[in-house]
Write a protein that binds this ligand. Structure first.
Ligand SMILES: [Fe+2]
Length: 128
């Protein structure tokens, strides 16, 4: 079982190198906080906010998974080269379309082939 790293508020961190490390691995969930039951709901997940992550053969973001509480809703697999390949950097981004039936707590996890699993802050979505 891999260790799960959680996002830390980078404004509270003094060292720039650590801010970079945390930010570029953390998935950020972008979605509305209200949804209609039974209708398509769009959730965009972007890994890294202010910093980009390498896209090297031996070091890249290889997947993003989307959860509602304990239930996995969807996942996307990415291969090295999707963001330009060796020597390039980028923000792995996936847009998921899901259907929610009741209030949800959306969490995303990303996986770095060198630095493990990273989890977003949860986003509460009220569903009516
Ligand atoms: Fe990494």
């Amino acid at each position: 079982m891999p260790k799960i790293n959680r996002y830390e508020d980078i404004s509270q961190i003094d060292r720039e190198a650590k801010k970079d490390f945390i930010d570029r691995h953390s998935p950020f969930v972008h979605c509305e906080t209200e949804a209609k039951a039974g209708e398509t709901f769009t959730v965009k997940v972007k890994v890294g906010n202010e910093y980009t992550h390498p896209d090297d053969m031996d070091h890249h973001i290889s997947g993003i998974a989307l959860y509602n509480k304990d239930t996995k809703l969807a996942e996307a697999t990415m291969l090295a080269g999707a963001l330009g390949g060796q020597g390039k950097k980028g923000n792995a981004t996936v847009t998921f379309e899901v259907v929610l039936e009741k209030n949800a707590e959306i969490v995303a996890q990303s996986y770095c082939t060198k630095h493990g699993v990273w989890e977003s802050d949860p986003v509460s979505v009220s569903v009516a």
